[in-house]
Design a protein around this ligand. Structure first.
Ligand code: C2E
Ligand code: MG
Ligand code: MG
Ligand code: MG
Length: 280
């Protein structure tokens, strides 16, 4: 019987699964509430020029301030958000909040570099993304290029014709498109020219490998070359050391983000950064 099998591990497995799905259900319920009650907030990571350290952009990253558990990182709640479809409501909030913040920074500090927002697969396939982007821009008096949409390769290759159509609609509204975590996904070069992409983001796993010595620069070098031949800008993610930065300069990679320059920081810290910039 199942009870006897339990002693051999069967019951243990079902118990584990029960605990997991219970945790998932708890998380689902409280995430739904979190979106409604304003427990989500955005932090922003500066993107800077590899040569002169000039600010070239900011990436918005979502955080959850849970009333009991404290700060929860996206790695923990995004999988649940994606499975349950809650990621669409969450993404709507992120998109609008980022646009409202761009407007505030533009008014207070003359911000003139784009702010990037991550969009997950379900959000991208939602069909309403271009309309939602248009709404968020219009409601905040933005024209388009102030906002950058980050998508991953895997999101695009799932349905290439549909993705091309969505990207075209986004481009028509004037926003920039960045390909996130580039090099880790399908990496078929054959589709790249079909998509109206502005920027390639070299995944941080390749940057991490840079510091482990030897000849690990081949992937970043190839991506920089690809970007140049396609006329796209290239940014490296996850730069943590001076050594990595120097290697990126040697490769003529134009920009980077990473803990070396700054972790993702709350709005007030971006305020301070922008206030310290020379007048524009
Ligand atoms: P991502 O878009 O590739 O974002 C970069 C991640 O790398 C961020 O993690 C950032 O904090 C981290 N990072 C930046 N610099 C360094 C570094 O020098 N070293 C290391 N080790 N890590 C660095 P975070 O904020 O935990 O976000 C993880 C992922 O969650 C993001 O990866 C993105 O895919 C997703 N995500 C974050 N915010 C949102 C959002 O608002 N909407 C959606 N759909 N996804 C989001
Ligand atoms: Mg990103
Ligand atoms: Mg990334
Ligand atoms: Mg990622």
């Amino acid at each position: 019987s199942a009870k006897e099998q339990g002693r051999n591990g069967y019951r243990f497995v079902t118990k584990e699964m029960g605990a997991k799905s219970r945790e998932r259900m708890d998380l689902e319920g409280s995430l739904r509430q979190a979106i409604r009650d304003g427990e989500l907030f955005l932090v922003y990571q500066p993107q800077v020029d590899t040569i002169d350290g000039r600010l070239v952009g900011l990436e918005a990253l979502v955080r959850w301030r849970h009333p009991q558990e404290g700060l929860i990182m996206p790695g923990r709640f995004l999988p649940v958000a994606e499975e349950t479809g809650l990621v669409v409501a969450m993404g709507d909030w992120v998109l609008f909040e980022a646009c409202a913040q761009i407007r505030r920074w533009r008014d207070r500090f003359g911000l003139d570099v784009p702010v990037a927002v991550n969009v997950s697969g379900a959000q991208f396939r939602d069909g309403q993304l271009p309309a939602k982007v248009a709404h968020a821009l219009e409601a905040n008096g933005l024209s388009g290029p102030e906002l950058e949409i980050e998508v991953t390769e895997s999101t695009l290759i799932e349905d290439v014709p549909a993705a091309a159509e969505t990207l075209a609609a986004l481009k028509a509204r004037g926003v920039l498109i960045a390909l996130d975590d580039f090099g880790t996904g399908y990496s078929s070069l054959s589709y790249l020219h079909r998509f109206p992409i502005d920027k390639l983001k070299i995944d941080r796993s390749f940057i991490h490998d840079l510091s482990t010595g030897a000849s690990n620069a081949s992937v970043p070098r190839a991506i920089v070359g690809l970007g140049r031949s396609l006329g796209l800008s290239v940014i490296a993610e996850g730069v943590e050391t001076e050594e990595q930065l120097q290697l990126l300069r040697d490769l003529s990679c134009e920009s980077y983000q990473g803990f070396l320059f700054s972790r993702p920081v709350p709005v007030e810290q971006v305020d301070a950064l922008l206030a310290a910039l020379p007048a524009r």
